[in-house]
Design a protein around this ligand. Sequence first.
Ligand code: SF4
Length: 319
Amino acid sequence: LILHGSGWPLDKHAHGGWFLYHGEDNQVMVGLIMDLSYQNPWLSPFDEFQRMKHHPVLAKHLEGGKRVAYGARSITKGGFNCLPKMTFPGGLLIGCDAGTLNFAKIKGLHTAMKSGMVAAETVFDAVANESEGGEELSAFTEKWEQSWAYAELKESASFGPALHRYGTLVGGAYNFVDQLLGGGKLPNLHDTTPDHAALKPAAECEKIEYPRPDGKLSFDKLSSVYLSNTNHEENQPCHLKLEDPAIPIRDNLPKYAEPAVRYCPAGVYEVVEDDDGQPQFRINFQNCVHCKTCDIKDPAQNITWVAPEGGGGPNYPNM
Ligand code: SF4
């Protein structure tokens, strides 16, 4: 069984959708995809996901089951308008690393594979022409722009921006006309606000009270992270770099109630009190599941995720 849906629990607060797939051996994979352009700093993607699993459409597939795995990841789903330059000296940026996912279809394997095939053909030609390596394979760009995958992404370029600009109903209608009747010929809409600049001050937003997890369908962050088999070598430098260590408490806390505490799906960031009752920003980098949300969503763009020492990180089973 394959289920895709949108709406609750995000309808009031953010855009996104969910999936539920049946796998082998009676397993069910369920997930929530949420746009990081949300405005309310009180929002917690992790808790929205926990709440979502209680919807009867999903709950009936999960009740009586046992939670065996957990993970989180940022997806480059901006589509055609967000594709970067995909060539650089000595390398090519392809597939989901470049953002070839077609979110309108909730599919990305086919376009990622096509970009890989075009890359392979380009590299093969370069090797056949006795390229010395290290140069920029600009022939890739031309081949890629002539591929069906590029045309498909171009056709659905406005899908996300239409939903963001006009909402689910009108945006959905725009997409219906654009995709199904117009073949992607309506004006190409763009999202122009970076995700990190989308947050409103906490004082202007409704505080969201999430229900406590019941331990059957919904769970807390730390026991979930345990199931991601995340491991980092002890005593290594923190791989989440703050450009200015003062910003979380000085700026983000009063203005946005430090949203890192909620947008991180692994409980890495905490605001704790020191012995004098003063707030301190704590980074539990050992828990990091490498989703990169902090690098994208921090309103001050103060956090940079770098690869940790020793190749540590989540170790997802069955993936
Ligand atoms: S610290 Fe950043 S990259 Fe790591 S899990 Fe949290 S949000 Fe994701």
